[in-house]
Design a protein around this ligand. Structure first.
Ligand SMILES: Cc1cc2nc3c(=O)[nH]c(=O)nc-3n(C[C@H](O)[C@H](O)[C@H](O)COP(=O)(O)OP(=O)(O)OC[C@H]3O[C@@H](n4cnc5c(N)ncnc54)[C@H](O)[C@@H]3O)c2cc1C
Length: 408
């Protein structure tokens, strides 16, 4: 079977790439290894699909080449995404800049994309995994679920296979092998937007506690970046949006054998001096309360206990025996609890992949490979990962649309 364009992967970038190519009038086939399209899209934004964001700055995207993502986005940005989806029927809902379909159902996004594929006569085959691509042009071999093989031919090939994150939803890393066969270099794929492991026992003690905090990441004792939001303590370590946001840096640093720790500010609304003053007052006003009782109402009670223990104070001792330097140390602990990081959760629990096909081998104007004419790469397979907030889907839509419209 011959096609002008074959797209490998009916995920976010693949569906849009196919639509953009078919709009130009060519014959398009999508090959998908799962039984249906857009399985990962359905899981996004807790099933509501945060499909883009009104705010875009270069630091929303991370890569070995920090300039590549914004070059691509200048060719198809969040406004183009909104126009594209509005044209397909999606009414956007803006929640503080985070954009969702007004239906609050990720399924709406998949449905409008599939309806458009049907309108444009795009063929889709399911339950077939692309296992090999050969010359001439692109001769593509697939393995079907019954173990039989099929062969397809295309003038242009778009690899939209995703990365390694959450493989049960389809992206199992096989796209890297297909890219390597064309000579592409792969920056080691590592989990990103993922929770972190800590050897510190207090994480387990605080398991289940959610608290507003600022998390600062230190690599080899050097401050790297900070994020604020709701931090969640777990049996194995620490999670929550700010932790996910900084996780890709922990992932890469640990892989390079560097030491990683976080400093948590658990009392955001007051400065250290204000906190010291507050604790001195609380001790003076209630000298017979225990140190732990003195903190009641300030932090979650499990955290009160932990910060006292980590300061090497005794929770049961009355606060009138606390010295000023004890109170200063306790305040510093509340505003700077150190959490050592020993690893990240696995790809099974990661929302995206950091690493992937090297960006210097891809033309940012067309998404065409610089190594193989007629080959295009889109979405998470490329060494670009976005922050939480709709940026990874924006990356998928932008790269998909650009690749599809240049393939024909
Ligand atoms: C739980 C979760 C929540 C998320 N929430 C958000 C969010 O709210 N906002 C946001 O912006 N991003 C979110 N993301 C990230 C976002 O979903 C991905 O970055 C995006 O879907 C990547 O698009 P893609 O086209 O590169 O790959 P995918 O959407 O992963 O699609 C790749 C497709 O290729 C198929 N495939 C792979 N290899 C082959 C092969 N060899 N042969 C045939 N088919 C193949 C796969 O089965 C899959 O269908 C979330 C991710 C997860 C896991």
């Amino acid at each position: 079977m011959d096609y002008d364009v074959i797209v490998v992967g009916a995920g976010a970038s693949g569906l849009v790439a196919a639509i953009a190519a078919a709009e130009k009038g060519g014959s398009v086939l999508i090959i998908e290894q799962k039984e249906k399209a857009g399985k990962k899209i359905l899981a996004t934004g807790n099933g509501k699909c945060n499909f883009t964001n009104m705010y875009h700055t270069p630091d929303c995207y991370r890569s070995d080449d920090s300039t590549f993502a914004m070059k691509v986005l200048s060719n198809f940005d969040n406004k183009r995404t909104l126009e594209f989806f509005k044209r397909l029927g999606i009414v956007p809902m803006n929640r503080n800049g985070y954009i969702y379909p007004n239906s609050e159902q990720a399924n709406s996004i998949v449905e409008v994309l599939l309806m458009e594929c049907k309108t444009l006569n795009i063929d889709i085959v399911y339950n077939e995994k692309v296992i090999e691509t050969k010359e001439p042009d692109f001769t593509i071999t697939t393995l079907k679920s019954d173990k039989s093989k099929a062969v397809y031919y295309a003038k242009k090939l778009i690899l939209a296979t995703g990365g390694c994150a959450t493989p049960k939803l389809g992206s199992d890393g096989s796209g890297y092998l297909l890219s390597k066969a064309f000579g592409h270099k792969i920056i080691k794929p590592l989990p990103a937007l993922v929770s972190l492991f800590s050897p510190d026992k207090f994480c387990k003690i605080a398991s289940g506690v959610r608290t507003g905090a600022k998390a600062s990441i230190y690599v080899d004792n050097q401050f790297l970046m900070e994020e604020e939001g709701e931090v969640i303590f777990t049996d194995y370590g620490i999670s929550g949006i700010p932790i996910m946001q900084i996780s890709r840096y922990a992932s890469r640093a640990l892989d390079e054998g560097k030491s990683v720790y976080l400093i948590l500010d658990l009392f955001l609304n007051n400065t250290l001096d204000e906190l010291i003053g507050m604790l001195i007052n609380r001790c003076n006003n209630n000298p017979d309360k225990t140190t732990e009782q003195m903190l009641v109402g300030m932090l979650n009670h499990k955290l009160n206990y932990i910060v006292i223990k980590e300061t090497k104070l005794i929770p049961e001792s009355p606060c009138h025996i606390l010295s000023k330097s004890d109170i200063i140390s306790l305040s510093k602990m509340i505003k700077g609890l150190k959490v050592r990081i020993s690893g990240t959760n696995t790809f099974d629990f990661a929302q995206v992949t950091s690493g992937g096909v090297k960006t210097s081998e891809i033309d940012s104007n067309s998404m065409e490979s610089k190594l193989k004419k007629g080959l295009y790469l889109t979405g998470e397979i490329i060494d670009v990962d976005g922050s939480c907030g709709g940026y990874n889907l924006q990356w998928a839509w932008s790269t998909g649309y650009i690749a599809g419209s240049h393939a024909l």
